[in-house]
Design a protein around this ligand. Structure first.
Ligand code: DGL
Length: 283
């Protein structure tokens, strides 16, 4: 491990604004295309910020992996990427990776890290009936991190959780222009509605960054009677705060970075180009 990033106990504090190279990128990391839902919000708030979008497609899906496997993978990959690309900040645009590995990554990398936290707090603030659904990966919904958010922000609410791994596959397919069977979305909605109290759900937390990419299909499956909440806009605001005063120089430097043997950029080009990423690299 290089001393550049293997600094145990480092807090990853932001450098003084004038010390930051204007071309230093924000590095967004997810197992797949889910983090594009976060990138969309970052583009709105910080249109000039240089970005590397990293997708660990060789490791997708994270949701059915063990905690140990996810933590080792995310720490290892982010370490290599931080050393090679020198980002000014890393955003783990993945609920599964964040709820499991955020603290560990912060321990070992000397760069500010922003994670993705299931949006239970904002959901609890807007739920009228006090029944909230949470859709995530199997790995996310079993985390103590989620139990703690529930205890802190929704202890007077009923929080129903459902693992919807099919939605990850569906979002990956939709962004590749493929048609997805509507039953996939209906099964996710039914997984929440069929639980005791589920008929009263009025707010649904999309606790996986892939899911806002298929929100329209989910809205149809829920029959339009719920409000969806996700963390993307809040993450963008947090990045805005942590990079306040820094200058950005983009100069067409942005790219997608994929793990694996094959470069899927041509299949995903429309989704990336909409967010001004026009080239790719395989790690
Ligand atoms: N996008 C990831 C998340 O936010 C998960 C997808 C996966 O299972 O890899 O949890």
């Amino acid at each position: 491990m290089s001393p550049q990033w293997c600094s145990f106990g480092a807090q990853g504090l932001a450098k003084a604004a004038e010390q930051v190279d204007p071309a230093a990128p924000l590095l967004l990391f997810d197992s797949g295309v889910g983090g594009l839902s976060v990138l969309a919000e970052i583009r709105k708030l910080l249109p000039d910020a240089p970005v590397i979008y990293a997708a660990d497609l060789a490791g997708l899906p994270y949701g059915n992996k063990s905690e140990a496997e996810i933590a080792a993978r995310v720490c290892g990959l982010l370490g290599r990427m931080a050393e090679r690309f020198r980002p000014r900040l890393i955003c783990i645009a993945c609920n599964t990776a964040s709820t499991i590995a955020l603290a560990m990554v912060r321990e070992v990398l000397e760069v500010p890290i922003v994670g993705t936290v299931p949006a239970i707090k904002p959901a609890a603030e807007i739920s009228h009936r006090g029944v909230i659904g949470l859709l995530g990966t199997a790995a996310t919904i079993r985390q103590g991190y989620v139990d703690r958010l529930e205890a802190e922000f929704a202890s007077d609410k009923l929080l129903l959780r459902h693992a919807a791994p099919e939605l990850v596959t569906a979002a990956e397919a939709v962004l590749r222009g493929q048609v997805v069977d509507a039953n996939v979305f209906q099964r996710a909605a039914d997984g929440l509605r069929s639980q005791p109290g589920g008929a009263d759900i009025d707010t649904v937390v999309l606790a996986c960054t892939h899911f806002p990419l298929v929100q329209a299909q989910l809205a149809e499956a829920f029959g339009g009677k719920v409000t969806f909440v996700d963390g993307a806009a809040g993450i963008a605001r947090r990045i805005g705060v942590l990079t306040q005063g820094q200058t950005f120089r983009r100069s067409h430097s942005d790219f997608a970075l994929f793990t694996g043997k094959h470069d899927p950029f041509s299949e995903l080009a429309p989704a990336f180009e909409r967010l001004s990423i026009n080239r790719s690299l395989v790690l």
